[in-house]
Ligand binder design. Sequence first.
Ligand code: PTJ
Length: 254
Amino acid sequence: MTVIPKTHPRVESLLIRERLVNGFDKGLVAKEGLLAHGRGEAFDYLIGENTGKSARKAIKAAAASLLLAKNPVISVNGNVTALCPKEIVELSNVTQAKIEVNLFYENKKRKQNIVKTLKKHGAKEIFGINPKSSIRLSGIDSARRMVDKNGIYSSDLVLVPLEDGDRTLALKRSKKKVITFDLNPLSRTAQTANISIIDNFVRGINELINSCKKYSSKKDFELKRIIEDFDNKKNLSSNIIEIKSNLTRRAKLA
Ligand code: PTJ
């Protein structure tokens, strides 16, 4: 039972933190995942804890890209499974994307727990757990180099929420389109991905699911136009300017 009163002014943020802590207790989240969440929380504060204009723009481009992709894959780690297992499965159903578990802090037991949790929420098949179809992705030294031959390795687009920069770069070098969720617009991942959604995964994934549903009746040329109108570098600048404006507004109020 949670000890956080519903009336607490920061109840939402504290409940999200609780999901991570519960995920850690259930063997889903790495110790380092708790620290990574703290870094995310700090950036969310600066962003203003809402989905800004630039994040919405990136989400639209991401939805169009997921729907146009021939073989999209959602790469999951401990943090995102603890935060939004139901939504990951829903996004996979809406976009026909495969789900692959790929961890930075490699741990067989944690992988199994992640698979079990996602299956409990309706996932049918999870890639990244069969050693027979495991293959090395060149250009990465971390455990993330091992991917599934039938999943990430043969994909044309990979959604990599809460990521490290090395794999994003390696995936791009392998000619894959990379979409990320990262609250830090300055991170190497955010700077390297094709589409960087600077938003809390917890909020942004619902927006992404809704956009995918909304766009599913659009024609290919309309989806292509949405993607062509999107420039990640420009959008990242807008994200940083949004943070600056938020801070200026707060400074004036202080
Ligand atoms: O489960 P594993 O072993 O794969 O490990 C996962 C973590 C997240 C521990 C691992 O990938 C890691 O160390 O990531 P980094 O390098 O700390 O990067 C995580 C990025 O995600 C940071 O830039 C954070 O600001 C950001 N972040 C944290 N929480 C959220 C977030 N971005 C979006 N939504 C969040 N809830």
